[in-house]
Design a protein around this ligand. Structure first.
Ligand SMILES: Cc1cc2nc3c(=O)[nH]c(=O)nc-3n(C[C@H](O)[C@H](O)[C@H](O)COP(=O)(O)OP(=O)(O)OC[C@H]3O[C@@H](n4cnc5c(N)ncnc54)[C@H](O)[C@@H]3O)c2cc1C
Length: 433
């Protein structure tokens, strides 16, 4: 029986543990310094917003771990010594392993802004961040104004959270539109309008230069690249995340941005693997990133590595790219390849509803007409259908007549797809495809 040690009890580590147990009798230990029990990180915002209690973010009963013989260790790993198959914990103990799986996730980026360590300046990633936010911004009396810097998914979540407690928010976005490096201009503009409609003071083309404090080392204001001073009691740093791997610096395990792994998620050391946000694929699949810090990638890597460590090696094949998010009230889903700026090899079709709150974009290869990607804002799509169309390499001319099938629930079908279809078919005549 092998002793398999997993560092990190997020979606990646816990999925690995569950699947190793399904496949073997090996001894499994899972170490985490954040919380004893696995919880859904993506649900943290709903705890602050009062939609659920923290306990409700834990998908498994507390006795699940004992009954599945998964040992939970509440501690932090300070270092790993691969030559001795050993790791050292913060509380002084060490632990031996036969196989090590590193699933330590990400940490919020801090770019060395002056004042970034003042009280009231924080990121939003961990349970501890949520607790800190509860202290820093319990209500609009204590936190009269908040500034968020970083126009991505976590930034907009934090804006929505603070807005739910009526805390005025200024949202600094470096780019010319929200999430503009991912969203094409019309979609980004749609979300800009939506953010502003909710009363958020959105500042585009604006960067944080420094943060100033008061005599108690508490944040007092931020200064932007336009030399404007914005008084505030909270600064949310949400300018992306990066792999949490500092504790490996003397381990000899090869790292770049993340922990470098091969297609079997194995590091440079034979019996050490890395999965989830902290893993960086040496050879990412075409059109995919080497580090994909999203929930479902962590889950798939967990499942994949479980096979390999149980002596049934499986290469990581993540399938078609998929992601979803919610920007206040507008749902977003994306499948396959949709570039923020259209490439020379592709053609894109775009439809937007008259009220400017919904849109659909479809991409296909210019040369062949093969469907390569689709995304939507405010229209719920069927993952199964679109994934199948991508797998089948459906031709755009065959896809459009059946576009309604892309609706998530045909019974609740809201006519958007019908309107989009008519619009696209007109466009196709013009494109003479
Ligand atoms: C606010 C927020 C909202 C998000 N929303 C979405 C979304 O809508 N959709 C989506 O796809 N993704 C979303 N994400 C990203 C998604 O949550 C992550 O991709 C995913 O949780 C990563 O899982 P993981 O298991 O790799 O790492 P993590 O969930 O980060 O788990 C790693 C664990 O390891 C622990 N750890 C780290 N180092 C050590 C150490 N040395 N010793 C012991 N323990 C250690 C950490 O404390 C942590 O508990 C969101 C993230 C955040 C922060």
């Amino acid at each position: 029986m092998k002793h398999i040690v997993i560092i990190g009890n997020g979606i990646a580590g816990i999925t690995a543990a569950r699947h190793i147990r399904k496949r073997s009798d090996n001894r499994i230990s899972v170490i985490s310094s954040e919380n004893k029990y696995f919880f859904s990180r993506t649900a943290l915002m709903y705890v602050y917003m009062g939609h659920m209690k923290f306990e409700h973010t834990q998908p498994y009963e507390n006795n699940f771990w004992e009954s599945n013989r998964i040992e939970l260790v509440e501690d932090h790993v300070n270092s790993v010594t691969p030559s001795e198959n050993k790791l050292v914990l913060r509380k002084g103990k060490s632990l031996d392993y036969d196989v090590l799986i590193i699933a330590t996730g990400s940490k919020p980026n801090r770019f060395g802004w002056p004042g970034q360590n003042l009280k009231g300046v924080q990121g939003l990633y961990s349970k501890q961040d949520l607790e800190l936010l509860e202290k820093n911004a319990p209500n609009a009396k204590v936190c009269k104004h908040a500034v968020i810097t970083g126009g991505g998914l976590i930034g907009i979540e934090l804006a929505e959270m603070l807005h739910s407690r009526k805390i005025p928010v200024t949202f600094l976005v470096r780019e010319s539109g929200f999430w503009r490096n991912v969203l094409p201009k019309p979609e980004s503009e749609m979300i800009n309008r939506h953010i502003r409609k909710h009363g958020i003071d959105l500042r585009l083309n604006t960067e944080l230069s420094s943060i100033t404090g008061d005599e108690n080392s508490c944040v007092a204001s931020v200064i932007t690249n336009h030399e404007e001073r914005i008084p505030c009691d909270l600064v949310g740093l949400t300018a992306g995340v990066s792999p949490s791997i500092e504790f490996l610096k003397d381990s000899g395990i090869e790292t770049n941005k993340g922990i470098l792994v091969d297609s079997h998620l194995r590091t440079t050391i034979e019996n050490i693997f890395a999965i989830g946000d902290c893993a960086e694929l040496r050879e990412p699949l075409p059109h995919r990133k080497a580090v994909e810090a999203v929930w479902y990638a962590g889950r798939m890597m967990g499942e994949t590595v479980a096979c390999t460590v149980c002596d049934q090696p499986v290469a990581y094949r993540p399938g078609h790219w998929f992601n979803s998010a919610k920007f206040f009230d507008i749902e977003y889903q994306t499948y396959g390849k949709i570039h923020a700026e259209k490439t020379a090899q592709e053609e894109q079709l775009y439809w937007e509803s008259e009220d400017g709150n919904k849109c659909i974009r479809i991409a296909f290869e210019k040369e062949t007409g093969v469907f390569i990607g689709m995304h939507a804002l405010g229209v719920r799509l069927s993952h199964m259908t679109i994934d199948r169309w991508l797998t089948e390499k459906l031709m755009i001319n065959d896809l459009l007549p059946q576009l309604e099938k892309a609706a998530f629930d045909p019974e609740l079908f809201d006519k958007s797809l019908k309107k989009a279809k008519a619009h696209f078919q007109q466009k196709m005549i013009k494109l003479q495809f």
